[in-house]
Unconditional design. Structure first.
Length: 419
C-alpha cells in the first residue's frame, strides 16, 4: 500500500530564494502533487497563477523541486495569505533550476503487473513442508543486464521488503526496471521510457498499467564513503503513481511474458522503444480507449483513427484516401484469427467505413441504408476493432500468432443496454 504523504517544509519562488514560507506538500497515489503555502503577507501580496518551477526543502533540509505549477486557490487577510498550488511533477532529493535542467543518468521504477510478467523469484520452490515443519528459503535473484544501444542499458532487478517480529516473519519480493544512460536523460526522455514499458506490459496483460514508484540518480549527485561513491536517490512523483493491483498469476492468462522475449531482450527493448516512437499517433489513439471510458461513438473514432495512422505509417499510405481498403487489408491479413468475429472481411470494412463517416460528419445520408450502428452493436464493433489493432501490434512485436486466441477473453459475453 502506497500511503499518502504530507511533507512539511520551507518553500520559495526561484526569483527570490531568500524569502521563504512555511507550507506542506501532499503526495497521494493518483493525485497531482499539491502544495499549501502560508505567507505572512496580506492583501498586497502577489502570487503568480502559473509557475514553471518552485523550490523547497523538507524538515531535514532535503531539497525538493516542483515543476509546472498552477495556482488552484488563493485567499488573503490583512496579515496572511493562503495559497494552494498543484504541480505536474514533484522531484524529491535535488534542486533543478527548471524543467529544462532535469537530467538523470539512471532511472528505476516499479510497475503494476511487472513482477508477475517477469516471473523472476528468489523463493525456492522445491522445499518439502509438513504439518509440523515448514521451511521458506529465499535468495535474492541476480540482476539481469541488457545493452540497448551505445548509450542506454537496462537491468531487471529484484526488490525485497518485509519485516519480522517475535511471532511473524515476512518477505515480499518485487521487480523493477533500471535504465542507465551515460549521456543522461532529460524529463521527456525519462517519461518516454516509463510510458514505453507501460505500453509493453499492457499488450502482455491487456489491462491498464501504472508505475508504483519512480527513482532516479545522477553521476554527480551523492557522497563518497571509504573511497566509494554512493549515489543519492532522486524520487519522482506525479499523478501517474498508483497503488499495487492484483495481477494474473497463471502463465496462460498472459498474452506473453518475459520468458517469451528474453532471448536478445536488449535488442527487443531497443526495437520496442523505436516502435513506440514511430507509431506514437496510432498508439495514442488506441490508448485513449484503454485509459478513459469514452462514449462508444468517440471510441469508434479513436480506434478508426488509430488504424488510419497505423496503416499510413506501416505502408506509407498517407496519400491514400480509401479508408475502407486499409481496414480490409489489415483484417484480411489477420482473417484466420478472426473466425466467428469477422467472417466477411469486405462487409466488415464497409461497416467500419460508414460508421466512421457518420460519427465524424453526422450526415443523414450515411444512415439511409441502415448500416450505421449504435448501442450494443456499436459496442461490439469497437470490440472487434480493438482486438484487430492488438493483433497488429503483437505481430509487429514478434509475438506468435497462436497467442491471439487469448485476446478473445476481452469479448463481452452479454451486453445489457439501459434504455
Amino acid at each position: 500500500m502506497i500511503e499518502k504523504r504530507d511533507i512539511a517544509g520551507l518553500w520559495w519562488f526561484p526569483a527570490n530564494p531568500d524569502e521563504r514560507w512555511v507550507g506542506t506538500l501532499t503526495l497521494s497515489p493518483k493525485e497531482t502533487p499539491r502544495l499549501h503555502l502560508t505567507v505572512p503577507k496580506g492583501f498586497g501580496f502577489h502570487s503568480p497563477e502559473v509557475l514553471p518551477t518552485l523550490h523547497g526543502c523538507d524538515q531535514h533540509g532535503k531539497p525538493i523541486t516542483l515543476l509546472h505549477l498552477a495556482r488552484s486557490r488563493c485567499s488573503a487577510s490583512a496579515t496572511l495569505s493562503s495559497l494552494d498550488y498543484t504541480a505536474g511533477y514533484a522531484v524529491l532529493g535535488i534542486e533543478f533550476p527548471d524543467a529544462a535542467s532535469f537530467q538523470v543518468h539512471s532511472l528505476m521504477f516499479g510497475m503494476q503487473h511487472l513482477y508477475e510478467w517477469g516471473g523472476i523469484s528468489g523463493f525456492a520452490r522445491d522445499t518439502v513442508n509438513t504439518v509440523d515443519n515448514e521451511t521458506i528459503r529465499y535468495s535474492r535473484p541476480k540482476n539481469q543486464s541488457f545493452v540497448i544501444n551505445s548509450d542506454l542499458s537496462l537491468e531487471i532487478r529484484a526488490t525485497r521488503s518485509g519485516h519480522q517480529s517475535f511471532s511473524e516473519r515476512q518477505i515480499k519480493e518485487g521487480l523493477c526496471f533500471a535504465f542507465q544512460s551515460r549521456q543522461g536523460l532529460n524529463l521527456s526522455q525519462s517519461l518516454d521510457l516509463i510510458h514505453a514499458i507501460r505500453h509493453l506490459l499492457h499488450f502482455a496483460i491487456l489491462d491498464k498499467v501504472f508505475p508504483l514508484w519512480v527513482n532516479a540518480g545522477r553521476s554527480d549527485h551523492g557522497y563518497t564513503l571509504d573511497n566509494r561513491f554512493i549515489p543519492q536517490d532522486i524520487e519522482f512523483w506525479s499523478s501517474m503513481i498508483r497503488e499495487p493491483v492484483e495481477s494474473e498469476s497463471l502463465a496462460s492468462g498472459w498474452i506473453f511474458q518475459f520468458r517469451d522475449v528474453q532471448s536478445e531482450f536488449g535488442k527487443f527493448i531497443g526495437n520496442w522503444l523505436e516502435y513506440v516512437k514511430k507509431y506514437e499517433e496510432a498508439l495514442d489513439c488506441y490508448f485513449g480507449t484503454i485509459y478513459h471510458r469514452l462514449p462508444d461513438s468517440f471510441e469508434h473514432l479513436c480506434l478508426t483513427q488509430a488504424f488510419d495512422a497505423y496503416h499510413g505509417i506501416k505502408f506509407e499510405s498517407h496519400k491514400e484516401q480509401k479508408f475502407e481498403v486499409k481496414i480490409q487489408e489489415i483484417a484480411e491479413a489477420n482473417k484466420s484469427h478472426l473466425t466467428g468475429l469477422i467472417d466477411d472481411v469486405s462487409e466488415f470494412a464497409k461497416t467500419v467505413l460508414e460508421n466512421r463517416n457518420y460519427y465524424t460528419h453526422h450526415n443523414p445520408k450515411w444512415k439511409e441504408n441502415g448500416r450505421v450502428v449504435s448501442g450494443a452493436n456499436l459496442f461490439r464493433l469497437n470490440e472487434k476493432l480493438r482486438l484487430l489493432f492488438q493483433m497488429c501490434i503483437l505481430s509487429d512485436m514478434g509475438i506468435p500468432s497462436d497467442r491471439f486466441k487469448r485476446l478473445r477473453r476481452q469479448i463481452a459475453t452479454h451486453i445489457v443496454e439501459y434504455t
